[in-house]
Design a protein around this ligand. Sequence first.
Ligand code: ATP
Ligand code: MG
Length: 265
Amino acid sequence: MAQTLEIRDLRVRVEGKEILKGVTLTVRPGETHALMGPNGSGKSTLSYTLMGHPKYEVVDGDILLNGESLLELSPDERARRGLFLAMQYPVSVPGVTLYTFLRTAASAMRGYGETARRNGDQRLHAHLIPAREFRQEVNAEISKLKMDQTFLNRYLNEGFSGGEKKRAEILQMALLKPRIAILDETDSGLDIDALRIVSEGVNHLQTELGMGLLVITHYQRLLNYIHPEHVHIFYNGRVVHSAGPELGEKLEAQGYDWVQAEFGV
Ligand SMILES: Nc1ncnc2c1ncn2[C@@H]1O[C@H](COP(=O)(O)OP(=O)(O)OP(=O)(O)O)[C@@H](O)[C@H]1O
Ligand SMILES: [Mg+2]
């Protein structure tokens, strides 16, 4: 089912300091929104807060998915409802292979194991998606992203190059099939070919799933592949201006100096 993400006047504190100062933004199914803003303006803070990172304290406002508040939900409950974050700095997990991680996450998302037992669904009673079935699915996705199969046997992100980590995030997204995806600087570190391959993957998924996309980026180059209908300027903890795709080009050409003068922020 398609989902609408609604962020209402969100205020967030980190380590006692207010970072988000009233963010309001709505992402509807199939829409692409780009969020652009200077370093340290709070974009990643927003993405972590949306996923429910415990360090980020919501002091006011709300986050709604199809009208339901997410604030009381844990990150995995948010994920099950269709929210996905491709992190700016994906973490390494030594000891857990990429394959095991993907299979565990996809199984949980599709209701295998605990959920199935609770619901008395015999078919999904097993803890994990059958190995052969999942292998086929993963192989298909991994070749679309032009990743080497050997990555599956490596520990999650351990020793992955910057670009390899970003591809692994999109591989995860392809298997989890979210309804709303937040991509936090997924373009950073990708080489020119990888940028195109990853963008095509994202576009394909968006068409297939009717996914809403919130794309955080510093550069227009990504927006040449993933075409946003809406571009927002994020400045000092909130959205100060929203416009169409031409805004991305203006920012690329002029930077952020004019923003302060024009919007008094
Ligand atoms: N866990 C934390 N502890 C202390 N300060 C934090 C924490 N998380 C974020 N901040 C601060 O909040 C501010 C916003 O950081 P954030 O990472 O959200 O910025 P950003 O817009 O994503 O920047 P960039 O474009 O560089 O990725 C920064 O000043 C940062 O130092
Ligand atoms: Mg960031």
